[in-house]
Each structure stands twice: as structure tokens, then as C-alpha cells.
Design a protein around this ligand. Structure first.
Ligand code: SF4
Ligand code: SF4
Length: 128
């Protein structure tokens, strides 16, 4: 089991988890997490955008008997396969592309986590 997890992390580091189509983001949403490292300026701008456009958080339901924390980004509209704040999405979302090994999940995480605080967007944008 541990071997499998290690292999999975290695694969992700080397860009094996490539969900792009013809080299472009397929908007699959697999990388859209509710926890993102954001600058305070970005958070402020997103809050303003959400208020202005009356954006409500999206819920993501998984087939399970146990209640689960919704880890997907509250801006991910799964039905229409879009980001509801696309014009105002943060830098990490603009930079990340799963097929790029140099800018893969861990490299991007390290870069942004070193600079910014991780924000629970569902909590900080709608519940505080
Ligand atoms: S960058 Fe994210 S949304 Fe785009 S294809 Fe890769 S995993 Fe999917
Ligand atoms: S802000 Fe948009 S692009 Fe970024 S994680 Fe959320 S849904 Fe995905």
C-alpha cells in the first residue's frame, strides 16, 4: 500500500497524471482544491468579485454513506465544467498545468506555499 502511494507521488512529480488534451488544460477540475495558497490581495479581490457577482459556493457530492468534507474548490462548477471566478482566478490556478513536469503539482505547491498562506476558500469567503 505504501509502495503504491510512493509510486503515485513519484508519478505526479514526473507529470504522469496528465489530464490535458492536445497539450491544453481539459478543464477536468482534478486539480481544483478548496485549499489554495493565496496572497492577501488575491483573497481580497476574490471576495470582492464574489460579492459583486453574487457567486454561491458549489457543492460536490460523492457516493458515500459517511458524511465527507467537500475538498473540491467551491468555485468548481462540475456540471458545466467551468471555474465560476475564471476572470479572477488566483495566480496558482493560472500557473499550474498538470502535464508540465517542471511546473507539476509539487513544484507549484512548493513555490506558492513558500510565498502565501493556504486559504480554506469555502470557510474564509462565505463563513467568516
Ligand atoms: S491543469 Fe487541472 S484542470 Fe487542467 S487538465 Fe490538468 S488537472 Fe485538469
Ligand atoms: S479558483 Fe477556479 S481554477 Fe482555481 S481551483 Fe478553484 S475552480 Fe479551479
Amino acid at each position: 500500500m505504501i509502495g503504491t502511494l510512493e509510486q503515485m507521488i513519484k508519478d505526479m512529480e514526473h507529470g504522469v497524471y496528465d489530464f490535458t488534451k492536445d497539450g491544453k488544460c481539459s478543464s477536468c477540475g482534478s486539480c481544483c482544491s478548496r485549499y489554495l495558497p493565496l496572497s492577501s490581495k488575491e483573497l481580497k479581490e476574490i471576495k470582492r468579485y464574489v460579492k459583486k457577482h453574487h457567486i454561491k459556493p458549489k457543492e460536490h457530492i460523492f457516493p458515500t454513506t459517511e458524511p465527507m468534507l467537500d475538498m473540491t474548490c467551491p468555485f468548481r462548477d462540475e456540471e458545466n465544467k467551468i471555474c465560476t471566478i475564471y476572470q479572477q482566478r488566483p495566480q496558482i490556478c493560472r500557473s499550474f498545468l498538470c502535464s508540465n513536469p517542471k511546473n507539476g503539482i509539487w513544484a507549484t505547491k512548493r513555490e506558492f506555499h513558500a510565498k502565501y498562506r493556504v486559504v480554506d476558500m469555502r470557510k474564509e469567503i462565505w463563513e467568516e
